[in-house]
Structures are given as C-alpha cells and as structure tokens.
Design a protein around this ligand. Structure first.
Ligand code: FES
Length: 109
C-alpha cells in the first residue's frame, strides 16, 4: 500500500477503481481504523465502519439511497456527510476523503 501526504491528509492507495463496481463495498483498515468504502453511482464514499452508538458494524447495514442503517439497532447515518439521522445514535460518524488517482482509489486520513 503506497501513501502520499497532501497538506494534513495522508492518502493511501486501496484498490483499483475498476475492481469496486457500482453497488459494491470495500472493507479495510487504515492505521487501525475500520473503514467501509461504498461505490455509489459513479462516486466513492467512505465512512468509519464502527457505529457511534455501540460500535456496531455499520458498514454491513442496508443502504437506503445515501443513508446506511446500522444492522445492530437501526441508527441511520448519511454516508456523504456522516451526519447521524436517527436514534439510538446521537453522534455523527467519521467520513473519509476518497479520490481516484491513476485508476486507483485512494483514501485520505
Ligand atoms: S450499534 Fe449501531 S445502532 Fe446501536
């Protein structure tokens, strides 16, 4: 995995963009953080794969448009902004920058 520092963001090369087709998800860890990346209608969005309610595996939840529903207790989050949208979670979830460079997906932390 290569990395590049841009201002205060460090980008890590994760996968070839072509290997993550529309509707697919990619689960990985960066510097000890579980992250899930969504390929959605030509865009790539990434959030921390740990629910802010009780650390549930939120990335395994059902997607409703750009909302993810935590499989453990049903909290909803906007995967573009990280905003929490419903109880029982009350804290936003972390989002990560994603860019495509040289046909590769790179995630910034
Ligand atoms: S752990 Fe996600 S809603 Fe409780």
């Amino acid at each position: 995995m290569s990395e590049e520092m841009i201002y205060d963001t460090k980008y890590f090369r994760i996968a070839k963009a072509a290997d993550v087709p529309n509707g697919e998800r990619l689960f990985f860890e960066l510097e000890g953080k579980p992250i899930v990346l969504f390929s959605l209608n030509g865009e790539y969005l990434a959030i921390e794969d740990q629910c802010t309610h009780d650390s549930g595996p939120v990335g395994e939840g059902e997607l409703d448009g750009e909302q993810i529903i935590c499989p453990r207790h049903g909290a909803r989050f906007d995967i573009r902004t990280g905003k929490v949208l419903s109880f029982p979670a009350v804290t936003d979830i972390k989002v990560y920058k994603v860019r495509v460079k040289d046909e590769y997906l790179e995630v910034g932390i």
